[in-house]
Design a protein around this ligand. Structure first.
Ligand code: ATP
Ligand code: FE2
Length: 348
């Protein structure tokens, strides 16, 4: 999409000294989930979503964008209706936040267009939110953690981060594909439905037989594609439950090792798990045990805020707006490769 050049009527609203409960509306739609959240500083006011589920294979970028375009009005209406049922009106909305990246370009553009239109219609601030940072901030909000090491494991992204000198620094990350994508690809190759993560978790619970797989940790980075190929081979000769179990044990042990190393190097004593893969109970257990062993605290938000959701965009939008991080319409171009360490964190 071309940059939109119009004289923006949008002005930054300073809500720092206001006593009224002012709301931010956030729209998420980087990949599979189109979602709208509305928050005040104190609570989630409203939440509506529509998931794109591919009929076959994995996410098709064009189909995902088509889904978002078809559903955006319905999802917005539902979120606004729920907000009104709580006694608020559209006039209480003081900013519109949207996921500006990283993500699938076509989907990002649908969401950005909707957000720009709403900001213009309501004459309020527009806030472009980094999707990864939003996972972190909603996790911190929900769990009440101050300064955690963050393990962010989703479909496309796998990183270990921590706040240091004004930014969320990436201490380690995947050298090839995201963990969720690796799980989804393995699941697809053995005929399980998308998304594969929960399917693998379900089957893994039926086994306790470990079959060796490659283990790839390099410093604080990890890699998953070699393990994915090896697991596909194992699935030709071993029961699927055993392969799912072995796959989970291997990749989650790698994530736990990296998270522990980050805690040790930074001397932080909180670990926060976010991103869709973070809903996995076995992963949570391994991380919790590791934290207990070293006297750290483990946190993960409720599942609806671990996976992609509009509330995380709204809440991060609220933090950003309070510190003046709004954008004029003409600078609101989406960034499919936006990395979290590019964001100057002015609200901490
Ligand atoms: P991002 O843009 O941050 O990469 P995303 O679009 O991948 O996000 P998320 O909702 O954060 O979306 O993560 C989706 C991933 O989470 C999918 O790959 C899915 O298989 C995985 N997942 C969901 N539930 C589980 C589970 N119980 N165990 C393991 N993986 C899971
Ligand atoms: Fe995500």
């Amino acid at each position: 999409m071309r940059d939109i050049k119009i004289d923006s009527p949008v002005e930054s609203v300073d809500i720092r000294n206001s006593s009224r409960s002012e709301l931010i509306l956030g729209i998420e739609g980087t990949a599979w989930n189109l979602s709208v959240g509305i928050v005040s500083e104190e609570e989630v006011i409203s939440f509506a979503e529509s998931a794109y589920l591919p009929k076959s294979g994995g996410i098709h970028p064009r189909e995902a964008a088509q889904h978002h375009a078809e559903k955006i009005v319905d999802v917005l209406r539902e979120a606004l209706k729920k907000m009104k049922e709580k006694g608020f009106s559209e006039e209480d909305i003081r900013g519109v936040a949207f996921s500006i990246g990283p993500g699938l370009g076509q989907s990002l553009r649908i969401v950005a267009t909707a957000a720009r239109s709403l900001a213009l219609k309501w004459r309020v601030s527009l806030i472009g939110v980094n999707h990864c940072i939003a996972h972190i901030e909603v996790g911190r909000w929900m769990c009440g953690t101050e300064d955690p090491i963050v393990l962010y494991l989703s479909g496309a992204n796998s990183q270990v981060l921590g706040y240091m000198a004004g930014r969320y620094r990436i201490f380690g990350e995947t050298l090839d594909i995201g963990l969720g994508n690796a799980l989804d690809k393995f699941a697809r190759s053995v005929g399980l439905k998308h998304p594969g993560g929960p399917e693998i978790e379900r089957l893994a619970q039926k086994s306790s037989r470990y079959i060796e797989l490659p283990y790839t940790v390099k410093g604080m980075d990890f890699a998953f594609s070699g393990i994915l190929s090896a697991a596909k081979k194992l699935a030709e000769k071993y029961p699927l439950e055993d392969v799912c179990y072995s796959l989970q044990e291997t990749v989650f042990a790698m994530c736990t090792e990296v998270a522990e190393r980050a805690l040790a190097h930074t001397q932080k004593d909180e670990l926060l798990l976010v991103g869709g893969v973070g809903m996995n109970k076995r992963l949570q257990k391994m991380l919790k045990d590791m934290c207990e062993d070293r006297g750290a605290r483990f946190y993960t938000p409720p599942p609806e805020y671990t996976k992609d959701n509009g509330v995380m965009i709204a809440y991060t939008g609220l933090l950003m707006m309070r510190s003046g991080c709004t954008i004029p319409i003409e600078k609101s171009r989406v960034n499919p490769d936006f990395r979290p360490d590019e964001v100057e964190v002015k609200w901490k």
